[in-house]
Design a protein. Structure first.
Length: 267
């Protein structure tokens, strides 16, 4: 039974578009009656969703959520390492990658320029203050209201004179992020330091990741519109695809028992 369910999940995950029962029969070699029964079980537990009026199927929100939010930082870092390096190569500034999980936003990966002659900023790893950090703003702006409320500190710390601590002003800031698609921290944590981040959208889950760069304000600010945003947008799209692909594949591997031949075709 477990092997049949995993076989169906693999077929649905690997299809380029929502699949029908007939297509699943051709892809798996399982009897139609078995597929109907097992797909119904997967739909009931949320691992598969119905589309097109119930005639086609895609991976369910519950399965995607487990695959992504439960994924170790090391897996995420490995998936986006090429995008991080490309960002550094293109912009010559420190790149970072952040994720939302368990009610907070953490920077989980940082890539610094290799040229020792050029000064760079290292933002550190771990939790980010949502009211002052571009990586957290880029995520918070697109979360549902209840999740966003869990992120926001009721007594936010004022790091510099530029730090936004007024709730109304901060909500206005998030509206700006939603409208324009990027977030900025302009001296809000350290004076003279600016970071820019864009959300990394995940199908049906929203923006639970972000990617960005940080550096001296004198270098970052003039390049936001004419250079930085175009690079970050491209790498965010690549990161989204990479994270989703590795999550699905690794989730299958984690739950897949040893194969003993063709799946049992009896129901």
């Amino acid at each position: 039974m477990q092997e049949r369910l995993i076989h169906l999940l693999e077929a649905i995950a690997g299809a380029p578009a929502p699949v029908s029962i007939r297509e699943l029969t051709e892809m798996t070699g399982l009897p139609k009656a078995t597929i109907y029964r097992n797909v119904a079980s997967l739909v009931e537990c949320g691992f598969v969703d119905e589309t097109d009026g119930g005639s086609r199927y895609v991976l369910g929100m519950r399965f995607v959520r487990i695959a992504l939010t439960g994924k170790a930082d090391s897996h995420v870092i490995r998936a986006v390492s090429a995008m991080m390096q490309k960002t550094v190569d293109d912009l010559g500034e420190t790149a970072f990658f952040a994720r939302y999980r368990a009610g907070r936003v953490d920077i989980v990966a940082v890539e610094t320029p290799s040229d020792p002659a050029v000064s760079h900023i290292y933002p550190g790893l771990g939790p980010r203050p949502v009211h002052a950090c571009s990586s957290a703003k880029a995520i918070a702006a697109f979360l549902s209201a209840d999740l966003r409320d869990d992120l926001i500190d009721v007594s936010p710390t004022r790091f510099t004179n530029n730090t936004i601590t007024d709730p109304k002003l901060f909500e206005k800031e998030l509206s700006h992020v939603r409208r324009y698609g990027f977030a900025v921290c302009d001296g809000e944590i350290d004076e003279g330091v600016t970071s820019v981040a864009v959300p990394v959208h995940v199908d049906r889950l929203g923006s639970i990741f972000s990617i960005g760069v940080v550096g001296p304000s004198a270098r970052i600010t003039p390049q936001i519109q004419n250079r930085i945003l175009s690079v970050l947008t491209i790498q965010a799209q690549r990161a989204s695809a990479a994270v989703q692909q590795c999550s699905v594949l690794e989730e299958h591997a984690a739950y897949r028992p040893p194969l003993t031949g063709r799946p049992n075709q009896t129901s």
